[in-house]
Design a protein around this ligand. Sequence first.
Ligand code: SF4
Length: 364
Amino acid sequence: MTTANTEPSTTPSPVGEELLSVTGLVKHFPIRKGLLQRQTGAVQAVDGLGFTVTKGETLSLVGESGCGKTTTGRLLTRLLEPTEGRIVFEGRDITHMSEGKMRPLRRDIQMIFQDPYGSLNPRHTVGKIVGAPYKLQGVKTEGGTKKAVQELLELVGLSPEHYNRYPHEFSGGQRQRIGIARTLALRPKLIVADEPVSALDVSIQAQVVNLLEDLQEEFDLTYVMIAHDLSVVRHVSDRVAVMYLGKIVELADRVSLYEKPMHPYTLALLSAVPIPDTKRKGKQERIRLQGDVPSPINPPPACRFHTRCWKAQDICKVIEPPLVELAPGHQTACHFPENATAEQQAAAESAAKTNPGKDSLPTS
Ligand code: SF4
């Protein structure tokens, strides 16, 4: 068993070829006040993430709103500059790569945005929107851009005749398909999808999710899926990382996470999801967390979840539990993990002693 927190190389890689690797990723947004705009604090949106993404897999980032998952997506696509840490894509360190050097890489790393209404320019035709990546990257396609765009429209379940229409003429689901067509134009390797279906009607969500899965298979795409709906996540993910107040508190393959969650926060999130076909059906009790997520400006010390955790003990308020691999590929950051064997409990205790997290309080 190994520990993995913010240090490089301690995050176990899933089986397969690594596409993206993140270590110690931090994003703090400074808060400035006064005439001199002195920094008086910081919003600690992301605070020490470490994970890898394998080619062809779907890794989902889940958690309540404000947990830092969207910020993480924007860091991975370099729409935001990280404060600390390292992002490596296909062996290249892109953490602080200049916009000029990033431009060719933007073909490989694309983002699908949550809002299918706000992410499409209402004054541009579908042809112009979907064809924009070719123009921006100076890419010539066989048969011309129009033909390529029309093929893309067909690929995402729209008609080539939609080429000259405007976004307002489409439903939410169709607009999201337009956004997906634009994302696919340059055949990216990694797609960060930020809540790709949460703004859509429930009846349409399944269609878009199925489309994303079909495209993944056809083009060997790798997804980082950002979501709060755990039913959707269960459907699409290979692995799931649960975030709380800027940190990953649990990371596991989908089956382990849903069948045998180890972090109390994960358990609470899952207890709110109807699970139709598992052994847990019937035994599932809803765990209602008390209070709201604390402010990321001044997060609780040690275990950030201790102010809402029903299992919290004194140690949880003093020592930050490191993210520990308690079972193959299953990492948890908790002093008293759920569903743990005696050996796993001992491993969690030992890791907290030898490698406490940086949010631990001084002991003297
Ligand atoms: Fe709860 Fe303590 Fe585990 Fe944090 S470390 S999740 S407070 S039991």
